[in-house]
Design a protein around this ligand. Sequence first.
Ligand code: NI
Length: 390
Amino acid sequence: MRIIPEIRAFEDDLVAWRRDLHAHPELAYRENRTAGLVAERLRGWGIEVDRGLADTGVVGTLTRGDGPTIGLRADMDALPLEESNTFAHRSQHPGRMHACGHDGHTTMLLGAARYLAGHGDFSGTVRFIFQPAEEAAGGAKRMLDEGLLTRFPVDAVFGMHNWPGLPAGRFAARVGPMLASLDTFDIRIAGHGAHGAAPQEGVDPVAAAAQVITAVQTIVSRNVDPLKSAVISVTRIHGGDADNVIPPEVSLGGGIRSFDPEVRALLCRRLEEVVEGVCASLGANGTVEFTARYPAVINAAESTSLALKTAAAVAGEANVNAETDPVMVSEDFAYLLDASTGCFMLIGNGAGEGGCMIHNPGYDFNDDILTLGATYWARLAQNFLRKRGG
Ligand code: NI
């Protein structure tokens, strides 16, 4: 590990900040305390601060002479989850928890900002982007809609997420698709209610729903190219209130994930056809409404190469997986990559207590990787903004 000595020297501060954020988790668009602390620290190091994008977003800008601009992004929000940990820095707010490590992400980027603010060995601009509402609420999209990249342009933007199961001290990324796109859907099946004893007098939406769910399983297995990846999961079903009444309507919902825009379009088109066709064959009326949630995270070749080289210089070649498998989860950093170019990197959080995955009540960010993550950010900015001839 080549941790920057100045960052190693303030490691105790990083751990204290991270634990303080962990103890005070805030949900989407309510990251007021967190954003206040972030802004105050950035200003304290002489970094220009703009607040208010997407309510609680914070953008820090640090310029040293002429050159390109790099964006480094961290997320700040917590999850509506009851923490099961009992350590001293556990959540002080019932029903809220930093179960995805955004407390660590915020702290690592603050560490890099503190170091870079004190060291002039780059030429250009660093933008420190602290976004609200990564979890399900699309904070990155709102920051973009409110002018993030027009008011604060960047030449490339980089993101990082801790990954439990990946050993601490390791990095992983890949060129091309890295995380999946997500569309959610609502299916409405309208039939005709009747007495449970007289189905011939109605149109049963429950029976239609059962056939729809089964038929939907053929879309990935029969319509998608077997060499491409896709998931359709029906995760919710509601209908009926009584044992002797055929209800008039059933609703279903779930999500569609893929990496390829053509596959994504195919999945949506086929879902609509299957729902409408199966329902029509049974005399019911099936409709589908989609909500586009996230594009896929697609890492650009040039940015990813720089990010991987930086990670290898910091953590050692053997600790960098440059061809990690893509994962089917989604990230709203995808919106930033869609609007600009860049790379999303995974940093190992270690096996964790009992191999605890993110979004789990026993999860905790690993403080041992704070200086590593901060060093990666700082070196990435320096490499991107290397002084010409220097
Ligand atoms: Ni997360």
